[in-house]
Design a protein around this ligand. Structure first.
Ligand SMILES: O=P(O)(O)OC[C@H]1O[C@H](OP(=O)(O)OP(=O)(O)O)[C@H](O)[C@@H]1O
Ligand code: HPA
Ligand SMILES: [Mg+2]
Length: 164
């Protein structure tokens, strides 16, 4: 697949992610009770853990999907479904991912659990219609840098960045 032009970069700190995942938990609490959480690996496991803690949910399973090599999108591969959770059509279950981008991953997981509630912390416009609840929208040409993917390093002054 063609590489998407990510012109903008949106770094997220652990604190920000924690705050936004908690904000998502606040939105989800009144829509429950939830039978459990299905986290989409790997990125969904971090917000899923925070939401599980806030909503006191201990039944957690995963759907294992892989679709990106860093910013390069590939065909999504399902490595594991949800057989263990006995989630049926997903009724009463929460699916948690860190973000929807093109919506490809969400589309695949929604087919597995059509009645589940799909929630993400971040959403880009193309994937937004596939999510039931999210917290922050960023533009399609923005790459979100999650705290587990980045480290502190020297940053060019803005003037240097603008002048190339
Ligand atoms: O809406 P889409 O275009 O499908 O993109 C969103 C998916 O891509 C990322 O996962 P990725 O496949 O990179 O795996 P990871 O979570 O293991 O990093 C992200 O965590 C979402 O699951
Ligand atoms: O913007 C993104 N950031 C991190 N992982 C992703 N996977 C798809 N889009 C993104
Ligand atoms: Mg993922």
């Amino acid at each position: 697949m063609a590489e998407a032009p990510f012109n903008k970069h949106f770094p997220v700190s652990w604190e920000e992610l924690h705050r936004n995942a908690k904000a998502l938990a606040w939105r989800l609490i009144d829509r429950g009770p939830w039978k459990g959480i299905i986290a989409i690996t790997r990125g969904g496991m971090v917000p899923a853990a925070i939401i599980a803690r806030e909503l006191e949910i201990r039944m957690i399973d995963t759907v294992c999907v892989s679709s990106y090599d860093h910013q390069q999108q590939r065909n999504a591969t399902i490595l594991k479904g949800v057989e263990g959770a006995n989630a049926g059509d997903g009724e009463g279950w929460l699916i948690i991912d860190d973000l929807v981008d093109t919506g490809k991953t969400a589309e695949i997981v929604r087919k597995m659990l059509p009645k589940a509630h799909f929630a993400t912390v971040y959403a880009k416009p193309a994937g937004r219609p596939l999510v039931d609840t999210f917290i922050t929208e960023v533009s399609q040409d923005t790459w979100i840098h999650f705290p587990w993917d980045i480290e502190l390093q020297f940053s060019q002054p803005i003037a240097k960045q603008r002048n190339g």
